[in-house]
Design a protein around this ligand. Structure first.
Ligand code: GUN
Ligand code: FE
Length: 425
């Protein structure tokens, strides 16, 4: 067995279903060739010869997938949080993204983004770049070097981007093909994803060409859907032929189990059924939805329908990179939705939030997001000893507290992606 085989000993915790969590105090999480061989109370004899990393009393949980984040927006996190989506895009986002035409700006900005993401609880991410090919390739180079596993998209936008952030339709498709040929076979852990920004940014003609490229080259797709009432109204005007906003993507064949749609707050019955039937992933971005006054997505309903759902930070709509903060926000906004919008949909539990952050979004990457046997060995080791309390806490209570108090003395001490340790320095 190679060096990608080892045992972590500590207080292990992972979901066995969206509602249920298995906790093993002093347990053994076994990694063989980058894949989990299971979590055990006693170390089975057949693994006794593997190197053992004793994490003492620290928590060991599955790695987390941020399935919707904008790398170029990392530079203006926390600024301009007083506007709704469309004004926020025009006032803050598009001018910032226009800077990435300059490779030296992109180099500095993506250095910061990649090194902060490397040290965060995120093990995998589905990432928007900008429309610029050179900057997007720089971003992919830097993400590859972190050891994290990511999908990264060169953004397409051939309308409504303003003077400095708009492509010609034919050029956008040609640039996308050039980018795909540049990055083909260049990386182990970094893969391209087709990224029409959202319907208001992409003409029907370009949408059709992007769908052709995705189909021809077997590529996944990401975009935004039903985030804000003004955006939804605008799409009705732009695509009067569509039966719902989701149909403005589905019509071209862009929905499916390899597609992530961010937000899905205002999805009606038709759109929800379309998302469910196609297996499209919903990226729930609770902090962004609060900060941009967007609304609250009915995640409980999506879970009840058995849909594919994960969590996204949507930086810079959301200000924080932390998936722990994202989990806490998902629970909080679901409580507000229950109280203020619809008492028939119970709030999410912290167990369900952990499931969304790990197995829910992780499955977009394959067998990812659990420490059960057969999953890629993505894991976090968490030291909660400095989050002080006089109380005696069980493993689950410690993890629950870590979700809410990670910033108050919590420390990520080790992180693994497919059994490879990530440098956290
Ligand atoms: N819709 C289109 N572009 C964006 C973006 O950059 N952020 C968010 N939150 N929604 C969008
Ligand atoms: Fe977004």
């Amino acid at each position: 067995m190679d060096t990608n085989s080892f045992v972590l000993k500590g207080s292990v915790c992972y979901n066995t279903s969206p509602q249920e969590v298995r906790c093993v105090e002093g347990g053994y999480a076994v990694c063989v060739d980058g894949v989990s061989a299971g979590v055990f109370e006693q170390l089975p004899e057949r693994f006794a010869a593997l190197p053992l990393v004793d994490c003492g009393d620290q928590l060991i949980v599955p790695g987390m997938s941020d399935i919707h984040i904008h790398a170029p927006q990392y530079a203006f996190r926390g600024l301009g949080m007083d506007l709704e989506l469309l004004d926020w895009l025009n006032t803050h986002t598009f001018p910032e993204e226009a800077h990435y035409a300059d490779p030296s700006y992109a180099e500095r900005a993506y250095d910061i983004f990649a090194s902060d993401l490397r040290r965060s609880p995120t093990t995998r991410a589905v990432v928007f770049g900008t429309m610029h090919v050179e900057a997007t390739e720089l971003l992919m180079d830097k993400l590859e070097a972190t050891g994290l596993a990511t999908y990264v998209g060169k953004v397409n936008m051939d309308r409504n981007g303003g003077e400095n952030l708009e492509e010609d339709t034919a050029q956008s498709a040609a640039d996308t093909r050039r980018w795909l040929s540049d990055v083909a076979d260049r990386y182990d852990r970094t893969a391209p994803i087709i990224t029409p920004r959202f319907t208001p940014s992409v003409t029907d003609e370009l949408m059709a060409q992007l769908a052709d490229i995705a189909r021809e080259q077997h590529l996944p797709v990401q975009s935004h859907l039903s985030e804000n009432p003004s955006e939804c109204g605008w799409v009705k005007e732009l695509c009067p032929w569509s039966s719902c906003y989701g149909d403005a993507y589905d019509h071209f064949g862009l929905l499916g189990p390899r597609t992530v749609m961010a937000h899905c707050i205002y999805s009606d019955e038709t759109e929800t059924e379309l998302l469910r039937a196609t297996g499209t992933y919903v990226a729930h971005c609770p902090q962004s939805n609060a900060q941009l006054s967007s609304g609250i997505a009915p995640i409980r309903r999506y879970l009840d329908l058995g849909m594919n759902v994960g969590l996204g930070t949507d930086v810079a709509g959301g200000a924080n990179l932390s998936m722990f903060r994202c989990m806490a926000d998902a629970v909080a906004v679901s409580k507000l939705r229950w109280r203020l919008v619809d008492e028939s949909l119970p709030a999410l539990t912290t167990q369900e939030a952990l499931w969304l952050a790990t197995a829910g979004g992780g499955s977009f990457f394959g067998r990812v997001g659990s420490l059960a046997e057969g999953y890629e060995f993505d894991a976090l080791v968490l030291d909660d000893s400095k989050i002080r309390t006089p109380r005696e806490l069980g493993v689950w209570e410690r993890l629950e507290r870590y979700v809410y108090l990670a910033e108050e003395g919590g420390s990520l001490t080790r992180k693994y992606v497919s059994g490879r340790q990530i440098d956290l320095s």
